[in-house]
Design a protein around this ligand. Sequence first.
Ligand SMILES: [Zn+2]
Length: 386
Amino acid sequence: MTVLITPGHHEITDTLIMYGLVEALKMRDPFAEVIVVPSGDRYRILTNIDEGEIHYILEEFGKKSYITNLYLYETSQMNILPPVIRLHMLQRGNENRQQENIINSFKFLQELSGEISKLKKNNLIKKLIYIDENHKFLESRKELETLCGKRKKSGKFPSVVANLPIAPFGGTLQGVGSYYLCKLCVALAWIGLYYYSSRIVLSSKDSQQTFVHIFKPESESKGETILMLKNISQINLLRQSIFKNSNLNLHTSAVPLLLLCFGETSAAISTVNLKSIVYTFTNEKKGPTWRTAIRNIATYQVNSLIKFVEYSKIYSDKLLRLIDVLLRDRDSDGMLALSTLSQAIIYQDKDQLYSAFREIRRVLSKNKRENLLDQGIIKAAFESIA
Ligand SMILES: [Zn+2]
């Protein structure tokens, strides 16, 4: 049994790296045994794939996957980036530098065998490909040397700037500089972000707000179950239009409910303890340039929300239309009702659930769609918090 251990940079970055690794292992062999065991901010990935094959599998993924090929062979010839890439990079005003960082790390992934042979020492190789649990540091008798994750570009592992979307904890500090991660961490995290995050963008002329959502498995899960989480994010890539040019005031607690409703959920994902991480960027236009900052990182336990969506599908056929009407409500009342509903279910609060349904009824009657809140949805909500 081979065990890979994510570096322990931050719960968001490690979750993205874990997704990148599972995606690569499962793409090579869908029947390979892959088990993800969370431990704090880090993950152990257990697999029956031989230790000596890991770097070949990563390299092959770098050569064959859609996302690496999109960057390496297509975006370099384009003056205007396709929307899927702009959405992927997220950090407005910094697209060219982000693109460069991504391309550099994807190239590294594609040439991983060659890059590894430059490291020569076996202990460094094991550290780089996460077999040694201390990927970040090299300890010698004299000193503790940082290999990956610091505010300087030097060291034994080739590194690039970790942009905010994959490392929201590591923004550029004035006088201190940018945050650097090794190219393997960066490549895997961007791959994880592409396949496993969902994004909701609210934009106006001079500002933009981006909500990024990822699931963090908090109990042992099979690789197959991890792959199912991809269905939720991928479908949400296509559902941006409703939020275009919107002045809606979206509360982060409504994000997991929206994604679970519009995405493809499966009963299998409720076998895992899942946390939602929602992080928000704000982009503001100052003169000709855009400034980006991380505004907030929120986390929610979402198993009761998953139950609610599952039960609603059984008891009612109106949930999606209900959500749609609430989202399209001209004032922010519909959105507010949605966040109350989401919070009531997340925190399993009956009183708040009654208020949520009162708020929802008010918005529906304003829009003359009272019929959309049926007994099935109400039953599903109360059963999900029972
Ligand atoms: Zn690294």
